[in-house]
Write a protein that binds this ligand. Sequence first.
Ligand SMILES: Cc1cc2nc3c(=O)[nH]c(=O)nc-3n(C[C@H](O)[C@H](O)[C@H](O)COP(=O)(O)OP(=O)(O)OC[C@H]3O[C@@H](n4cnc5c(N)ncnc54)[C@H](O)[C@@H]3O)c2cc1C
Length: 508
Amino acid sequence: MNSTLAIIGGGASSIAFIDAFIEKHQSNSPDLIKITVFEKSKDLGPGNAYQGDAQSNLLNTKAGYITVFKDKPGDFFEWLNLYRYRWQPLYPNLEISEHTYAPRPLFGMYMANAFDRIVKKAFMKNIIVKVIRSEVIQLKERADQLSVTLKTATQKNYEFDSVVIACGTLSKSPFSPPISSKVHHTPYPISTLCNTVEKDDNVAIIGARLSAIDAVVGLIENGHTGKITLYSRSHLFPFVRGTQGRYKNTFLSAKYISERYTSLTLADLAELFNKEINLYHQTHPDESKENIVFPPPPIKDLSEFLSTEMNKANMNRGWQAVLYDTNAILALVWEMLVIEDKELFITSMMSAAMSMRVSIPRENALKIKSYLDNGQLEYIGGETQINTCSDNTLSVTSPEGTSAVDSIIYAVGSPRDIYLSDSELLRHMVDSGLAKPHKFGGIDVCTETYALLSKDEVISPSVYAIGEVTHGCFLFTSALDIIVRHANNCAQTIHSKLIKQVAPLLEA
Ligand SMILES: Cc1cc2nc3c(=O)[nH]c(=O)nc-3n(C[C@H](O)[C@H](O)[C@H](O)COP(=O)(O)OP(=O)(O)OC[C@H]3O[C@@H](n4cnc5c(N)ncnc54)[C@H](O)[C@@H]3O)c2cc1C
């Protein structure tokens, strides 16, 4: 039997999905499976996160640990050593070790190569991977739900047995109508931003998380001379990553939690975290234990905060190792958390949790501190309001007063609401009732099978979603190891479904 499967998006989720699908598939299987990947950008593999862009955009995971293949933990580092001749001319000054935070576009080169590798590997297993470089703008299930029709921006229609939506981080749609050519709805690509913002502009950046840091470092390293102000609504800033390696949690593990709890509260999680930290320090007696305060206190002086953080980041930070390992159980914990605590977490703790969980490399902290110390960068906490005047001048009002600025950059991450995103496909799916927005962001899926839930909460038999579009269901999907895990689980579901369809035919 021939089966057809489409994947919308050719980034990390897509690669990890195909890899897991191939692994499940018997090489002597008589079934021909065709996978068609639709990708709207010119590159296959890098996706939005690792696209060709400024070299100052760094990974926040060390080169020795980041990989797109579940069973090959050191794959990126191996690739770096194997393909040095390819990347070194582009990065002549880059010293690579397992501890390097490599430029994201370099990781994008690895992802492009990873995509090529899985296409070849698939072919060896009787799976044909075809690529169509076009944006999918509509998706419709046939009335009998036996197949799905995709429509592309080039007005072509295609029919498939199953479809996986893997279209990545939702980008904020441009302001409509545009506020001003000087107001940027996203900092990405940073290289375009650097060419658009005048070097001596007085710039306001709304947001103080990773994308804001990419913008500051990118602008200044590309010769920006004007003043830059970072506005942080939460009064927070990412913590700095220590030197620790990986740690396996005991209390904050799927086994421990599922054997003892039927549901969880935030208080349970705090208790488990404290137990885990104590255990970590019993097993690492030479490391100093930090006093963790959650939520962290508001930052008054960012330079002072970074000084303290950089000193601590010279050492192993047990709490970061423990938090990192919770990636493996986040989906389970989120599913088990009682609804009141989910709401409390999303509305009042998410920013604080992200500032601690999504930490920055020491080298970026050092750069930010030096810009603060030489006066080019300023950090202001609190709510802001953007003011546009009839003569096209811009200003920002914050708790510290109103300041005239030349350019404003929104670096506030991806929108939770589908309608604020630039995805015509997702908006159409929600409008048609095929998909249902998740109350915590993105679209709703069955958390076991990744099958889409319709407006009426009916589970789709043929449409699935993985990656960042499902973040509301799983709380946090913005890390490659999490993306890879979900893609693997989904591949298992779909592969088993296809095999079940085929088995009776083979027996007959
Ligand atoms: C700026 C940024 C930096 C990050 N840095 C890190 C990091 O350092 N470490 C880490 O672990 N994680 C990081 N992440 C998390 C990151 O999201 C994941 O690691 C991973 O790249 C997401 O994979 P994905 O396949 O879901 O999305 P993507 O890799 O973005 O792939 C989605 C693809 O779908 C395509 N597409 C979208 N819509 C359509 C459509 N309608 N039709 C056709 N094609 C479409 C897009 O062009 C894109 O190529 C970062 C994320 C961002 C946004």
